[in-house]
Write a protein of this length. Structure first.
Length: 534
């Protein structure tokens, strides 16, 4: 009997271990990257670096950044040129050659400055990769378009564990679908079936990104993806945003507004939502956000929750896909444009020095919490395979506003991974810092831990707790990475009187906690890379 019980116990352990490996093992162990850039119009007289109304001088400098970042491909969300002529489109195609030479793909969209039938036809010739043709598809596969009339204009493809859907809303190859009547624009409406089936074709545990030139709710422009102002075509908006949410799309990414802007946009019926990313300008032109905002002016009730905004800087984005996690780094360069008739303009190509402005992202296995200014972070909590995380205390003390004078809201994103050498799963926290600031409000973070994976005497000596990895990949005390504060250990539960730098362990609840002021990947672990007790 004992032998049979032992056999069954060993079998259960084997099955559990195998299932844990299947669940926790990454589908794609190696992370990969893609870049995103926005409008590249040159709207002022050519300074010798920007022929045919294309901002080649800026494109070249951003290409260098993408090459240094080792991205697999770059997506541009429209307005490739200012005048939309065939020579202008040819110039933009030639400006991508540095990427091709580095074996980096380039997948563009048209914008309203290339909205004509002639531009549609030239776009097909200049960028055959959007049809899955030629040498520059760099491992992308499963290219589709909604119809022959939109072949390579609206298109989708799959790259590793992500689906990409790029939407064209302009005049089609045969001259139909004119976008001049914005109010009754059906150029996206008749693609909804294809959008839905394309997104539904992806695996549940993979990512999907949707791109268009125009916004869901613009910050300067009133016209948007589906009409002349954000109150137009509510049924189509409900269907479109609902389709994105139902298929796990976290970001709709656009250009048109020449302003870095992130916000949550709800459908008119309030039943679905998606995060909107409007790309920073890569052009000679920069727009001013409207006062009041377009959402306040046109929508009842209001549907947009602004998260971050930056104007009058040239910028680009690096998306890193690491199994279930996506991290986005936004880089920008100060350019000091001149105000002319309500727009800011460049008259000479600047030398661009890019600085990371913010990092945001999500994890398919995590949760997002929306925290308005003045609200408590203690609503943030999550769990993953036996580890529970909780922000015990801290307040969103930001007072930042956007250019429309609206307060900005924090989106706190949590994600999980299994890591060796720790007594808990690892928690990644993102979204608590203001744009341009690496530090967050002070907050107390707690993680439960497995007592069988640490030495009790090390707990008592303060050599175990909430940890982060150093440059060598060793676990170190999380409070050592704080900006300011005073390091102090407590053997016992957290108390709201404890200041920045205090850390501790409560053996009764098997919880480690620390008061920190930055976002990172955290775990409960013994410090300094010492081996764990098993």
């Amino acid at each position: 009997m004992r032998r049979e019980m032992l056999r069954r116990s060993v079998f259960r352990i084997f099955v559990f271990t195998t299932l844990m490996f299947i669940v926790c093992a990454p589908a794609f162990a190696q992370s990969w990257r893609f870049g995103v850039m926005s409008d590249t119009q040159w709207t002022t007289p050519d300074d010798g670096k920007n022929p045919n109304s294309v901002a080649v001088g800026i494109i070249d400098q951003i290409n260098d950044q993408f090459i240094k970042a080792h991205v697999q491909f770059v997506i541009q969300v429209g307005d490739l040129t200012d005048n939309g002529t065939n020579p202008a489109l040819d110039t933009r195609a030639q400006a991508a050659q540095a990427l091709y030479n580095a074996r980096i793909g380039f997948f563009p969209l048209r914008g309203n400055h290339e909205s004509s039938q002639a531009a549609a036809q030239e776009f097909q010739l200049d960028f055959p990769q959007t049809q899955g043709k030629g040498r520059n598809i760099v491992g992308a596969r499963k290219f589709t378009s909604p119809s022959a009339n939109l072949q390579g204009l609206s298109y989708s493809f799959t790259y590793r564990n992500a689906k990409f859907v790029l939407l064209d809303q302009f005049t089609r190859l045969d001259g139909t679908g004119s976008s001049s009547n914005e109010t009754n624009n059906t150029n996206i409406a008749d693609q909804l079936g294809w959008i839905g089936s394309t997104l539904a074709d992806k695996r549940r545990d993979t990512h999907a990104f949707v791109f268009g030139h125009k916004n869901l709710i613009g910050q300067n422009h009133v016209d948007f993806l589906l009409g002349s102002d954000p109150s137009q075509n509510p049924a189509v908006q409900n269907s479109f945003i609902g389709t994105l949410q139902a298929n796990g799309v976290r970001y709709y990414i656009s250009g048109h507004d020449h302003t870095h802007h992130r916000s949550i946009v709800a459908s008119p019926d309030g039943l679905s939502k998606v995060e909107q990313l409007i790309g920073a300008s890569d052009s000679s032109k920069f727009y001013i956000p409207a006062i009041p905002s377009n959402d306040e002016k046109y929508d009842t009730p209001r549907r947009e929750t602004p998260i971050a905004q930056q104007v009058n800087e040239v910028g680009y984005y690096i998306f890193t896909v690491d199994d279930s996690e996506v991290t986005v780094d936004y880089y920008a360069a100060v350019v000091n444009p001149t105000l002319v008739d309500g727009e800011y303009l460049l008259y000479a190509t600047p030398t661009l020095t890019f600085v990371k402005q913010e990092t945001f992202g999500y994890n398919l296995n995590g949760t997002q919490f929306v925290i308005p200014e003045g609200a408590d972070y203690s609503t943030v909590h999550d769990g993953f395979w036996g580890t529970r995380a909780q922000i015990l205390g801290g307040t969103n003390s930001s007072t930042m506003t956007d250019g429309s004078n609206r307060p900005l809201t924090k989106t706190v994103d949590l994600g999980w991974s299994s890591v060796p050498g720790a007594a808990s799963n690892a928690l990644t926290l993102l979204g608590m810092a203001d744009l341009g600031n690496a530090n967050t409000d002070s907050y107390a973070l707690s993680l439960t831990y497995n007592p069988w994976q640490t030495h009790h005497e090390r707990i008592a000596r303060g050599e175990f707790g909430v940890a982060v990895k150093d440059a060598r990949g060793k676990w170190i005390n999380a409070v050592d990475q704080n900006s300011g504060g005073s390091k102090s250990f407590v053997l016992g539960p957290w108390n709201s009187s404890y200041g920045l730098g205090t850390y501790g362990v409560d053996p009764h609840t098997r919880t480690a906690w620390a008061v920190v002021n930055y976002n990172s990947e955290f775990a409960a672990a013994e410090f300094s890379g010492h081996c764990q007790k098993h």
